[in-house]
Write a protein that binds this ligand. Structure first.
Ligand code: FMN
Length: 194
């Protein structure tokens, strides 16, 4: 087993001006930072500023923001999507980042931190799973989910009841780590042939 740190890219999915996402992502990033088996790359899709007009693929140069993000995704051994729920699904920004790339996702695991109103973003997660499967990623079973998210963090961005969500984060990250390590070894032994 390789002791090399697993590179985990945490992707902040919401891009609204008034978004709550950075509060959730900030807490979760800290959960990753506290582990001794992972190193974090926090990818904010506001900063990534990917265009929404998809090109004819494999023709001509990709836009600069797409090229800038590519090596960060390529370097990742695994991903966590931090997703809100909009109208019973995920935000367009997450679909857009999935659509811009392919090999960067292949044979890598994706975990989820979801949040929203009543369903805690779980409908967004279940819609993301088949999309990620199309780009040859695998998704981790357990999810970290916050329903009624506005009441779950205090004014300084700390969870009101940290015990439950910290434990859920550990469960999900342990599963992600297993897959990330197993698939990194597998990709090194035999390039993924999709
Ligand atoms: C357009 C829109 C649609 C929403 N639809 C849902 C929904 O279907 N289910 C839900 O639980 N919450 C829904 N919400 C509440 C969001 O999940 C909640 O506002 C969350 O904070 C959004 O994440 P963000 O602030 O990081 O963008 C919706 C919010 C918006 C803006």
């Amino acid at each position: 087993m390789s002791a090399e740190l697993l590179k985990i890219a945490v992707i902040v999915g919401s891009t609204r001006k008034a978004r709550f996402g950075p509060v959730v992502a900030g807490w979760f990033a800290e959960q990753v930072r506290q582990r001794d088996d992972m190193e974090l790359d926090l990818v904010d899709l506001v900063e990534a500023a990917l265009p929404y007009e998809l090109p004819d693929f494999h023709r001509g140069e990709e836009p600069a923001p797409v090229r800038a993000l590519a090596p960060r995704l390529a370097a990742a051994d695994g991903f966590v999507f931090v997703t809100p729920e909009y109208n019973h699904s995920y935000p367009a920004s997450l679909k857009n980042v999935v659509d811009w790339y392919l090999k960067e996702w292949q044979a890598k695991p994706v975990g989820f931190v979801s949040y929203g109103g009543l369903a805690g973003g779980l409908r967004a997660v279940e819609h993301l799973r088949p999309i990620l499967s199309e780009v040859h990623a695998i998704t981790v079973r357990d999810v970290v989910s916050f329903h009624g998210v506005w009441e779950r963090f205090d004014t300084s961005g700390r969870p009101v009841e940290p015990q439950g969500c910290n434990a859920a984060a550990k469960t999900m990250l342990d599963q992600l780590a297993w897959w990330a390590r197993a698939l990194r070894t597998a990709r090194a032994e035999r390039p993924y042939g999709a």
